[in-house]
Design a protein around this ligand. Structure first.
Ligand code: FAD
Length: 593
């Protein structure tokens, strides 16, 4: 049976020792009184919920999957509905929501920590509340006062859930070609018609109403993404007293049978003149939807962090107890027929790879979570601006670098189990299957890489990247008097220089031939991702070096050394690949493949 224990110690290490959140919250008036003990007790409780309520439904939910009952009705796996009721009863949906709409007003960062644990416990289940939180973010930013009043209290309490309806059969990455239409009605509402596919949590029996956020085109819409508007389309049209009323003509036609996340209903949604309300301005739907998508991209990073962690915990437990072969240096457990596989160098490589990626991923996602809070609530405008720019730069890295690494981690977790990992019973093959979608949805990892190099780095002449570079340089300067840090600072400086040169070279090449960017984007994101992780690991090493006697910090330091010695060198290959250009990719005529 798989196991999961919330990694509270490591979470607290990041929150309090790396991010010093109590101090950071003091500079944000809504959170000025939030202390470390309160944060710790919230995450402890969240951990209990994730481990005791959601985790036990993970394997059974995967086995059973969702059921399309007929006539638009879908049932989630056994236990999902009851667990969701408990989740709402305990107030978890409202954790970081605005108190004006019934929220508890805690920082987004704390919500991120909750989501790491929920995702470790059960990604498929977690997508139901996860999509709702995205709908909340889009509505609170762009909805009219009336829409907010009608929908937000219900979404905040969890009574109603949300979805994000972008994709159509012929339009996935390229949303500029969507065909769903919105015709104005005489009463100021719109009649929405079209078909959306792959809609996560699109239909289910967990909540009394489902609120779809739908991209569609108005009759006078210009072509492309500049002609897309955002609409709110409820399954049941709310009555004046807030209860779900008349059934809207938005209906689930079927659900997909898929590789992983079986417990989440991936739905085909038909809109047949369904009644909708415009959110924000006409033709400005993409920017409203981007609020939801950016949140969702960080959310996907949290999904993968969660899966990487639970896969690691299980492979570690197995590596400690599975006896197989003797250590190369001679028997370790002489009274046993063989040694535990954790003695073998390559098993250690697999475990340490998972550990190094998880712990840096945790630091990165929590840091980005804190900066999201700062970008909205910090008293100093300059801090708000800097945070906003760094979040924009780091979002594609959170989405693509963490999901790539976690897919490798879940795969390595399965490899540690040997043949037993391939058998369903141990539970680890599910982590590989569930982790795979995270590289695809919310913009594939290729699209994230193009976003990083084109929009986030080159478009502003490298300004955001230099802002990150300044943080790295300040840290390097601060460590100048600490010779023990040299082993971490030198490779950090080296990768920083290499990123600067590579960025300049690719920028030059792209001016002559745009295919150069398309050819270099994916390896470039891996290289920048490693620059970020080198910085984060060096910072963690600096804290760990100060406490050499304590086992927790000993492990941190050993993992930092492993990261620099064994994972960072991937950049040598990726830099060569990025520099190799587009010629060999584009030379072959499509007919000759
Ligand atoms: C389980 C699941 C859940 C989902 N949930 C939702 C949801 O809730 N709401 C929603 O709206 N959608 C959802 N999606 C859809 C998902 O976001 C899309 O599948 C994804 O964005 C990719 O679109 P596509 O599948 O049409 O692939 P395509 O866009 O056809 O892409 C195919 C391949 O071509 C590549 N490609 C495309 N364009 C470019 C380019 N310009 N440059 C380089 N490479 C390119 C892609 O990277 C990919 O490798 C979900 C999908 C799945 C499978």
């Amino acid at each position: 049976m798989p196991q999961y224990t919330p990694p509270l110690r490591d979470m607290q290490f990041v929150l309090h020792e790396m991010l010093n959140v109590e101090q950071a919250f003091k500079e944000m008036p809504p959170h000025a009184d939030l202390d470390a003990d309160t944060v710790n007790s919230v995450i402890e409780e969240a951990g209990k919920f994730a481990a005791n309520v959601i985790f036990p439904l993970n394997q059974s939910g995967d086995e059973e999957g969702c059921t399309y009952v007929g006539d638009g009705v879908v049932k989630a796996p056994k236990g999902f509905k009851e667990a969701y009721a408990q989740y709402c009863e305990a107030g978890w949906p409202s954790l970081s929501c605005d108190p004006d709409f019934g929220g508890q007003g805690l920082p987004e960062l704390v919500n991120n920590v909750l989501y790491e644990m929920l995702n470790s416990a059960n990604q498929a289940w977690t997508m139901y509340p996860g999509l709702s939180h995205g709908a909340y973010a889009a509505l609170i930013a762009r909805g009219s006062a009336e829409l907010k009043q009608t929908y937000l209290p219900k979404i905040v309490s969890g009574e109603w859930t949300g979805t994000m309806c972008l994709t159509e059969p012929h339009a996935g990455t390229d949303l500029g070609i969507i065909r769903t239409k919105a015709e104005p009605n005489a009463d100021g509402t719109y009649a929405i018609s079209g078909t959306k596919i792959f809609i996560s949590a699109g239909e289910h029996d967990l909540s009394a109403n489902i609120i779809h956020l739908v991209l569609a085109r108005l009759p006078d819409a210009p072509a492309g993404t500049k002609g897309i508007s955002l609409f709110i389309v409820p399954k049941f049209i709310p009555n004046a007293d807030g209860t779900p009323g008349e059934r809207n003509t938005v209906k689930c036609a079927s659900i997909e049978h898929k590789m992983g996340i079986h417990g989440n209903a991936t739905s085909v949604i038909n809109l047949d003149g369904a009644k909708g309300w415009l959110v924000g301005e006409p033709h400005k739907g993409m920017s409203a939807m981007f609020i939801m998508m950016n949140g969702a991209r960080l959310g996907v990073g949290m999904q993968s962090l969660g899966l990487g962690e639970v896969a690691y915990q299980n492979s570690l437990a197995y590596a400690r107890e599975r006896l197989q072969s003797r250590a190369l240096t001679g028997p370790k457990l002489k009274d046993k027929p063989a040694d535990p596989i954790i003695v073998h160098p390559d098993v250690r490589r697999m475990l340490l790879t998972q550990k190094a990626y998880n712990e840096a991923g945790r630091f990165l996602t929590y840091w980005v979570g804190l900066m999201i809070d700062q970008s909205h609530k910090h008293t100093d405008e300059k801090v708000r601006e800097d945070a906003d720019e760094l979040v924009a730069l780091l979002t594609p890295i959170v989405k693509a670098f963490i999901t790539d690494n976690a897919f490798e981690s879940t795969n390595l977790g399965m490899q540690v189990f040997g043949g037993h990992g391939f058998i369903k019973e141990t539970g680890v093959e599910q982590y590989v299957r569930d982790a795979r979608i995270n590289l695809i949805y919310e913009g594939t990892n290729t699209i994230q890489s193009l976003d990083l190099i084109s929009r986030k780095v080159l478009l502003d002449g490298g300004k955001k990247l230099m802002k990150f570079g300044k943080l790295v340089q300040d840290f390097i300067k601060a460590q100048a008097g600490t010779p023990e840090m040299k082993e971490f600072i030198e490779p950090l400086m080296d990768i920083g220089d290499k990123v600067t040169k590579l960025t300049a070279e690719l920028g030059q090449k792209a001016m002559k031939n745009p295919d150069e960017l398309g050819a270099a984007a994916v390896p470039y994101l891996r290289v920048v991702g490693h620059l970020v992780y080198s910085y984060l690991w060096a910072r963690m090493a600096a804290v760990a070096l100060a406490k050499p006697e304590d086992d927790f910090y000993k492990a941190k330091l050993a993992t930092a050394r492993f990261y620099f010695a064994k994972l960072l060198p991937e950049t040598a290959y990726q830099i060569r690949s990025a520099r190799a250009g587009s010629d060999t990719l584009m030379a072959l005529d499509a007919a000759l493949f």
